[in-house]
Every structure is written in C-alpha cells, then in structure tokens.
Design a protein. Structure first.
Length: 550
C-alpha cells in the first residue's frame, strides 16, 4: 500500500511539472517572445542577428516540444545563444515624461502558464535591461519623433504562400507591429491576444491560398481602424476586378445610387441617381454585408458601410442581376461592370468657393489650395457667414484658414507617439498643437463646418482646428474616426498594409479615434432627399445660418 501511495505521488509530481501543450499555444507564445526579443533584446534589436532566420530555426525545435517545460527549455536555450545581456543602471531623467500606457502590457512575461519561472525571469531581465541604442527594425521617419517606419526587413522576392515559415513570419511581423506600435490597440473590439489565437491556424495550416490571403486581409480589419487594411492583388481574383459605373451610399441596408462615375456607361445600364438597389444576384444588401464585412476596414459603422461597395458590386462577369426600386416600382434587370481603367471616371470642374443667397460664403475644401487663400479671404471677408465643406479630403489649408478665423492662437489637439526606447509605451507630445494667431482683423461672421463619413484623417484634423474659431458650428454626421498619420508599409512580397501610426486627441485627451468628430447638429442624407437631388447636410447648414442671422 505504501509503494502504491508513493507511485501515485511520483505520477502526480511528474504530471504537475509536465503540462501538455498544443500547437496553437506554442506558436502564440513563440510569436510574442520573438517580437519581444526583436525590439527589446540588446543583441537582437541592434540588427546583429538575422532575426527571421532565427525564427525559422527555433520553430522546428518548438514543434518538437511536447510539454510546457520542454517549450520553456527550448526558449531559454535560444535566449542564452543570443549572448549576454548586461545589467545597467538607468539614469533618472530630469524632464518629466507624460506616458500613455493604455496599450502597454508585458504582464504575459510572468503570467503565462507555459513559461517556467526561470524563463519568465530571463524575459523580465531583458525588459529591465533593454536596448539603449538605436532600434534596427523601426525608426521615426526622417529623424522625426512622430511618424514611424519599419526598416531593414527582408523583402523575400520569391515568397510563395506554400512556405509555412514565411506565412508564420508574415503573421508574426504584423502581430508585433500592432502589439508595440499601434496607438489605438486598446480600442479594438477584440483583444489582440485573442486575435492571434483566432488566426494562427489559418497561417500555420491554411486550407488553400485563398484562405491564407483572406486571413491576411481579415486580421488587419480587426484593428477597427479606417486606415488599416492589407492589400493584395488576389482580392481582385476572389471578388472580381470589374466595377459598376456609379457610387452608392448604404442607407437602411439598401444601396442608393448617389453619383455616376461615367454618364455614358451608366446610361447603357439605365442607372440613375436615386435608384435604390435592394438585391444583387438574388441576395439582399444586408445578406451580402453580413457575409463580407469582415473584409471591410472601418473605425465605425458609417466607415464600414462607406468602404463596403466593392464587396457588394464587384465581380468577374461583364454583367449581373440587380433588384432595384425607382419611383416606387421594383424591377429586376442586368447592369454592366467594367475594368477600372475602362470606367474613364469623369471629374467635373468644381467651384472653389461662391457666395450663396443671404450673403453666405461656401468653400469647397476639395477644390482649393493654399495658394488660393488670399483670394478667398478677399472675396469672402464681408459675408455674413461661411460654410466650409469638409466632406472630402482638404488640401493643406487648415493653418492659413485658422489664422484668418481666429482672433488669437488656440489649442486644438494633442498628439501621441510611440516610445521606441520602450516599445509598447506611448508618449504625449509635450507641446499641444495650436492654430490661429493674434489677429484683430479676424473673420467676424458665423462659421459652419460640414462633415460626414467621407471626412477621414486630415479632414478630421482640419475640423478640429476650425472648431476653435468663434461662432463655429459643425453640421453633418459621424466622421471616419481615423485621425492620425496613415502609415503604409510592405509586410512581405505581394502584401502591403497600413494603420494609423500616431494618435490624435483633443487637448483634454479625449479620443477622436473610432468616435470621429461629433457634429453639433446631426444630419444624415435620406433616400428621398437623394432622389430629389438635395444635399440635405448643406441645406440644413444654410437654413441654420439664415435662421440665426434673421
């Protein structure tokens, strides 16, 4: 009996220190450790190692590990092979740094069930004695301190999707780019660790090339960032490279034609502004959106709906069937698709500015440039009010216009940038962004700024600046919710990606990401208004100004 008891104790002891481990757990932990060492270990972050090759070598050893302790031993031996990490004493900075730590979390180093105590201790020591010199794999653009760029990455010109090591490398690179350098990671709908677990099998063992390619696209959509999407030529193979000759707006789960890309091509298919498309190839717009929204980037719902058009209407065939409603009559017909180059999109000339009834100035931000500002001021300075249409990307006129609209300098934004000396942490820029100047001859009339989901990034930043002017009202609907620098980069051959690389907040540190610019007066276009040829946001602005001017 005593022998049996001892045997049970031995077995329990062995089991407690021999935790089974599955492939997903091993790969997820390897991804996190590989990225951590890439940006923290002094003998790795300095570029002295071929870090991709190091990954390929350790992956084969990780695959052989059948228990948590075996995995920890593989990783510990790997870290030891990288060379000594010297213990140093950091000198305390005399300047106070305003850190933003909502994204920062290295607790996994000591809280992972797969890690032995000695492995956790090694990783913690590396964090505390991280690289003190220049980062080899990431830097600020042109020696600045805001926009970043990933550098010195091997391009792999012969990349093939069938290469498992390179598939995993692409995932590991991307996941760690976001883990350490995406300022809005904390605002994602899904925890970034969970996203890694979700996608690992599709990179480790995809069902097909299509599965792998779509996984590359889908993981970028998880950022909930209108700037964030991965682009690849294969998307056209799967969704089709032919477009309809019209722009649509999704309203009430219907696609309403709001603009014609080419009048002649639209006429061939009898497409008219105001047509309400309810089905495509027998599927409702709602059904198609439900199937495909995982491929569509967007910080918020209006942005997703704005960007979803290609997943609804693109295809490979020259024509396809739609169900649509016009003048309360529902019909089914075929309409044509065209290669993008064959659309020959028409861009009619637009007025830069004009004076509307009631001595109200109207400024089309999309049409005029900084060189036009003096003439604009000369012609609109005596108006009762000015409407600035910010629903398309404005040129770099924000500061010049703000100088005219403001009687004095005003704070309008705080910026947040990644701390490359401590990856994963972010720092508030010391100086608050300002616009305007001391100007006794500033514009005295009312100011209205028009916005909607088409106002993204620089347009949102512009709206924040113009909002500082006296008597300013913002009218319209929720903007794109991606306010900050849009960084585009190559992930691996054939796959380019992007995301917002630095943060933009209000002076009180309130977010604009995902929220966008909140209008003072909310107005959304309606199907009836589009059919009647109305610009309901502009009309609301005009009526608002006429009412307060009377």
């Amino acid at each position: 009996m005593k022998k049996i008891f001892l045997l049970v104790l031995v077995l329990l002891f062995q089991y407690s220190f021999s935790k089974p481990i599955n492939e997903t757990q091993k790969l997820a932990a390897t991804c996190k450790i590989w990225g951590f060492l890439k940006y923290y270990h002094p003998n790795v972050a300095d570029g002295s190692k071929n870090w991709d090759e190091q990954l390929f070598q350790v992956l084969s050893k990780v695959e052989e590990a059948q228990s948590a302790e075996a995995f920890s031993l593989v990783i510990e031996n790997w870290i030891t092979s990288l060379g000594e990490v010297k213990d140093y004493k950091t000198s305390k900075s005399t300047s106070k740094i305003d850190y933003f730590d909502k994204n920062f979390d290295l607790s996994w180093i000591s809280k992972n069930d797969l890690f032995s105590k000695s492995l956790s201790k090694k990783l913690k020591f590396i964090e505390e004695n991280r690289i003190q010199g220049k980062q080899h794999f990431v830097d600020y653009v042109n020696g600045g301190s805001m926009s970043l760029e990933f550098i010195n990455e091997i391009k792999y010109p012969d990349f093939k999707w069938t290469d498992k090591n390179l598939r995993l490398l692409a995932l590991f690179r991307y996941w760690n780019y976001i883990e350490y350098f995406f300022p809005y990671k904390y605002q994602m709908d899904q925890n970034w660790d969970k996203t890694l677990i979700e996608f690992l099998s599709r990179f480790d063992n995809p069902e097909s090339e299509k599965d792998f390619v779509l996984a590359m696209r889908e993981i970028s959509i998880k950022l909930n960032d209108t700037h964030a999407s991965t682009q690849m030529s294969q998307l056209f193979d799967y969704f089709g490279d032919k477009f309809i000759p019209a722009d649509v707006k999704i309203i009430d789960e219907k696609a309403v034609v709001v603009k014609l890309k080419n009048d002649s091509l639209a006429k061939i298919s009898d497409i008219k502004i105001g047509d309400v498309i309810t089905k495509v190839e027998g599927k409702t717009i709602a059904e198609i959106l439900k199937e495909n929204r995982k491929y569509v980037e967007g910080s918020n719902e209006p942005s997703v709906l704005r960007n979803a058009y290609w997943t609804i209407f693109n295809g490979k065939s020259d024509s396809f069937e739609i169900e649509f409603t016009r003048q309360d009559k529902t019909e089914v017909k075929l309409i044509n698709r065209y290669k993008y180059k064959d659309l020959k999109i028409q861009f009619p000339d637009e007025e830069k500015w004009k004076i509307l009834e009631g001595n109200i100035g109207y400024v089309n931000f999309d049409a005029f440039e900084a060189k036009d500002v003096p003439n604009l001021i000369s012609e609109l300075k005596n108006t009762n009010a000015i409407i600035f249409d910010d629903r398309k990307r404005p040129h770099d006129v924000m500061y010049a216009i703000s100088d005219w609209l403001n009687p004095e300098q005003k704070e309008f934004a705080r910026l947040l940038y990644p701390d490359l000396t401590y990856p994963g942490r972010f720092i508030w820029k010391a100086d608050i962004e300002k616009c305007g100047k001391s100007n006794p001859d500033y514009y005295k009339g009312k100011v209205v700024v028009l916005i909607d989901e088409n106002a993204i990034s620089h347009a949102e930043y512009t709206a924040m600046a113009l909002k500082t002017a006296p008597k300013t009202t913002v009218i319209g609907s929720q903007t794109g919710g991606a306010d900050g620098g849009n960084y585009r980069f190559s992930l691996i051959k054939g796959f380019g990606s992007s995301f917002t690389c630095y943060g933009v907040f209000y002076p009180n540190k309130k977010e604009t990401q995902r929220i966008g610019i909140v209008p003072d007066i909310e107005v959304k276009p309606t199907i009836l208004g589009i059919q009647q040829g109305k610009d309901e946001i502009l009309e609301r602005a005009i009526n608002f100004l006429k009412k307060i001017n009377n």
